[in-house]
Design a protein around this ligand. Structure first.
Ligand SMILES: CCCCCCC/C=C/C(=O)SCCNC(=O)CCNC(=O)[C@H](O)C(C)(C)COP(=O)(O)OP(=O)(O)OC[C@H]1O[C@@H](n2cnc3c(N)ncnc32)[C@H](O)[C@@H]1OP(=O)(O)O
Length: 266
């Protein structure tokens, strides 16, 4: 069903990368460590997502783990002996947010645990689908630390202050249905079908014009940084800019001519 991606850097130790049509599927591959996010895994993830982003063959990305764990957080064993100067001087987490610079839409398919950095990483994605067994949490307080990769900031924007405080201050996990009721995830699916169903949505997204998808992603994400008035201005500029593209012309012509559009990504 999948074909291996043959990128320049095609040997990975901590992830598997496969392709279905125009979709790249990235699967974390540290099953013995509940897919804990070690530095090597983040380096590979950054490298491959940048490659996919600049490869015109791909229109979207799906990130997943295994049935037990999406990712149980940053690797605690790797972090445990680090000192304050070490984490600050090397800016330990500086590259951990690179995923947010990817222009193509990213879907997270979360089965099992998405904890700490794993939950933060899922929240950096554009759409989250959860398997029925998914468990989300920010248990950093139980380790004597706090979320370090946008967890507090993205969670409050997704669920509001009281729930964000509750989740982060107690360190307790929430299940898939609760995450759905909080608006954190868009759908809850059977564990066995999660990746397949997520790929279907990713394929649909990838079937449209890539620059237009990138513009939608950018415009919605910008709403998290700016107020409504500025956001509407930002959106309007983006809307106008589609009139400089072939794909806008093609989409509207195809509608009027009652035919399917043929996107050129220009
Ligand atoms: C991209 C953005 C990232 C930014 C990161 C910024 C800062 C983030 C900080 C954090 O994420 S701190 C970590 C937060 N996560 C946790 O506290 C969860 C820790 N894990 C657990 O609580 C449990 O393992 C579990 C997920 C509830 C599963 O429990 P279960 O009893 O089923 O399995 P275990 O025997 O505990 O685990 C199996 C195996 O996996 C190892 N492991 C699990 N989680 C981690 C981890 N986060 N880091 C390193 N290793 C982990 C665990 O030690 C076991 O290994 P062995 O001891 O058997 O070798």
């Amino acid at each position: 069903m999948f074909r291996k991606i043959l990128f320049r850097f095609s040997t990975y130790n901590f992830i598997n990368v496969t392709q279905k049509g125009k979709v790249a599927l990235i699967q974390f591959n540290r099953p013995k460590a509940m897919n804990a996010l070690c530095d090597g895994l983040i380096k590979e993830l950054n490298q491959v997502t940048q490659e996919i982003d600049s490869n015109p063959e791909y229109g979207s990305i799906v990130i997943t783990g295994n049935e037990k764990a999406f990712a149980a957080g940053a690797d605690i064993k790797e972090m445990q002996d680090k000192s304050f100067p070490q984490v600050q001087n090397i800016q330990m987490l500086a590259s951990w947010e690179n995923l947010t610079n990817i222009k193509k839409p990213i879907l997270a398919a979360v089965n099992g645990y998405a904890l700490g950095g794993g939950f933060e990483l899922a929240m950096m994605c554009d759409i989250i689908y959860a398997g029925e067994n998914a468990k989300f949490g920010l248990p950093e307080a139980t380790l004597g630390t706090i979320p370090g990769c946008g967890g507090t900031q993205r969670l409050i924007r997704a669920v509001g202050k009281s729930k964000a405080m509750e989740i982060t201050l107690t360190g307790e996990f929430i299940d898939a249905q609760t995450a759905l009721s909080y608006g954190l995830v868009s759908k809850v699916l059977p564990v066995a079908n999660l990746v397949e169903e997520t790929l279907k949505v990713a394929e649909k997204i990838a079937s449209f014009s890539k620059p237009v998808a990138a513009l939608i992603k950018d415009t919605i994400n910008e709403a998290e940084n700016i107020g409504l008035r500025e956001g509407v201005k930002y959106e309007r500029k983006a809307f106008y800019s589609t009139f400089a593209t072939q794909d806008r012309k093609e989409g509207m012509s195809a509608f009027v001519e009652k035919r399917k559009p043929s996107w050129t990504d220009n």
